[in-house]
Write a protein that binds this ligand. Structure first.
Ligand code: PMV
Length: 319
């Protein structure tokens, strides 16, 4: 059995964070410059059924049977075996690596699940189709987040923009075409910021002044809809002002920070078409829309004002 390799990208929220919690639409896009990778190879000397999992970046090496049931790697492999109705896989080694920063809102957990499901099922001779990979990765997400929306596993499985809206009786999750590629810089403030804390603060503020926050959420939802139209129409440069407007709303929601402001301003001054915080806010990452020939100047500006890391990603053209 030849070794099989599969990979999956990270993700960022382009529009609509926080408002999405209150039923307004959001857009996420894949981040292909960072990746999770899984390699599955035969282990001829070992007994059938033995699956050795190696994840050097998190210092993990264990047999599948020895991992606890709530281990996300075990969950992904077990779901694949159950789906394929295989009780005793051939002896093999599963090696996992990732360049996606962890706990940074970049979807590293979902990307590992997707890469693992693809490589393992292909090694077993039954590569799973995307809809099954997506559904199984969603089950693994429940271990990471409890009540995941499903946006991370979807954008990462299909590696294309996703339009998402929470709805009673079933969320709306749609992939959509992006006929023109565009370039986004992702820069990290270096300030860790648990998403749950920012989400809790927004909830308290909303409870104190519902009309004001509902209006902010409405405007964020309108921006996400306008952004989808611009992407679908092949006019991604129109996203710049929409990003600036979304950032202003997030400021008003109280989730920006001095570090985020410094990076957003520096990106705009260096020529970005638009910039905003991305994800929970308070710290974490910001994103900037840039023309290909501005990547270097804007990256240098971001690093110059203290970004811990900056990297570029391209949202590729998809029909
Ligand atoms: O930081 P991330 O990518 O996990 O995004 C958080 C997005 C929020 O809207 C702030 C929370 C949520 O659950 O949607």
């Amino acid at each position: 059995m030849p070794a099989v390799t599969a990979s999956a990208p990270g993700k960022i929220i382009l529009f609509g964070e926080h408002a999405v919690v209150y039923g307004r639409p959001a857009i996420a896009v894949p981040v292909t410059q960072v990746k999770a990778r899984a390699v599955v190879s035969a282990a001829p000397g070992s007994a059938a059924g033995q699956v050795l999992i190696e994840a050097p970046s998190i210092h993990q090496q264990a047999y599948l049977a020895d991992l606890p049931a709530d281990d996300p790697l075990k969950k992904a492999l077990t779901l694949a075996l159950e789906h394929l109705q295989i009780s005793r896989p051939p002896a093999c080694k599963v090696r996992i690596g990732s360049t996606i920063p962890v706990a940074a809102g970049l979807g590293s957990g979902a990307a590992v699940s997707v890469a693992l499901l693809r490589a393992f099922s292909a090694f077993l001779g039954h590569p799973l189709p995307d809809d099954v990979v997506n559904a199984l990765a969603f089950e693994v997400e429940k271990l990471h987040h409890g009540t995941p929306s499903g946006i991370d596993n979807t954008v990462i499985t299909y590696a294309r923009p996703v339009f998402f809206q929470r709805r009673e009786g079933g969320n709306l999750i749609e992939t959509f075409p992006s006929p023109q590629p565009f370039t986004v810089l992702v820069a990290d403030t270096g300030v860790p910021s648990p998403t749950a804390a920012a989400v809790g603060d927004v909830r308290r503020a909303w409870q104190q002044d519902p009309p004001r926050y509902e209006a902010l959420f409405d405007r964020a939802g309108e921006l996400a809809r306008a952004a989808r139209k611009a992407i679908e129409a092949g006019k991604p440069h129109e996203l710049g002002p929409l990003m600036d407007a979304n950032h202003a709303l997030l400021q008003e929601m109280g989730v920006s920070s001095p570090e985020l402001e410094r990076l957003v301003q520096a990106a705009r001054t260096a020529g970005a078409l638009g910039a905003k915080l991305s994800g929970g806010g308070r710290g974490g990452n910001m994103i900037a829309l840039v023309e290909a020939d501005q990547v270097e100047a804007v990256s240098q500006a971001l690093l110059g004002v203290g970004a811990a890391r900056a990297f570029m990603t391209r949202v590729e053209a998809q029909g």
